[in-house]
Design a protein around this ligand. Structure first.
Ligand code: ATP
Ligand code: PRP
Length: 217
């Protein structure tokens, strides 16, 4: 029988942190995406398959119903927008925070006080736009796709908006965290049509994910 349910995950921390939740639902993924080049992975449940996509593409697959459900960071969900997605559970995995950081020696507080126009480099333009709008700070947003930490060091921007966990990446690049914007963790997202039409298959897995994530508090 062909798979009835498709779960979208990204390689790396989201895949790794979702494995124990799948285990809690009695499901093993039968191939390792770090060693396999396959993008569709079978599981021990013949009704469920996992597809491997970029972290920022997970909401798109779920929104269009190409995946029935997926796991995505709050950052990715805010940037994407929530259309067609049901977000029932904060899985509390891949926890970090979204922050503003500057190069050591840059006086962020007085730049803000003086009403200076700040150049902000970030992958998270929607989160940055909302944050600075709420503070009444005028910004020029510069969209990057990675390695944000470099931008202030080479004069591309005054500040960055990026994810911080241990702070090691900021420290290694002589940057300082000056504002925390929000806490980030990953959410289960479900296609709204699938939730209705495949409820019988989805519900037990969603319940197991929810129970396992409650144990993480
Ligand atoms: P893409 O491949 O689409 O560019 P990405 O490289 O940001 O995405 P990952 O690095 O796998 O993808 O991050 C996936 C999610 O994990 C992020 O959306 C965020 O919610 C969370 N995350 C990112 N960095 C960290 C970190 N250092 N510690 C904990 N969680 C993190
Ligand atoms: C993320 C993020 C930061 C780093 C923060 O990058 O973009 O650079 O983690 O974590 P830290 O505070 O513990 O150093 P990631 O490790 O995902 O690499 P990527 O930019 O290649 O996705």
């Amino acid at each position: 029988m062909s798979a009835q349910l498709t779960l979208a995950l990204s390689k790396g921390r989201i895949f790794d942190d979702t494995l124990p939740l799948l285990e809690a639902a009695g499901i093993q993924v039968l191939e390792d995406p770090e060693t396999s080049r396959k993008l569709i992975l079978p599981t021990s449940n013949p009704l469920l398959r996992v597809i491997i996509v970029r972290a920022s593409d997970v909401p798109t697959y779920v929104q269009y119903g190409a995946a029935d459900f997926g796991v995505a960071g709050k950052d990715v969900l805010i940037e994407h927008g929530g259309d067609g997605l049901y977000q029932p559970v904060d899985l509390k995995i891949a926890a970090c925070r979204m922050s503003v950081a500057v190069a050591q020696g840059f006086d962020y507080a007085s730049a803000v006080r003086q009403g200076a126009r700040l150049r902000v480099a970030t992958k998270y333009v929607e989160i940055a736009r909302r944050h600075f709008a709420s503070k009444g700070v005028h910004v020029d947003l510069i969209k990057l796709y990675g390695s944000m930490e470099l931008a202030p060091l080479v004069g591309l921007s005054d500040v960055i908006v990026d994810l911080v966990s241990t702070g090691n990446t900021l420290r290694a690049n002589h940057l300082v965290e000056v504002e925390q914007i929000m806490d980030i963790s990953s959410r289960l997202i479900v296609n709204q049509a699938a939730l209705k039409l495949k409820r019988e298959f989805l519900q037990p897995i969603l319940a197991a994910f929810e129970a396992a994530s409650l144990n993480r508090t």
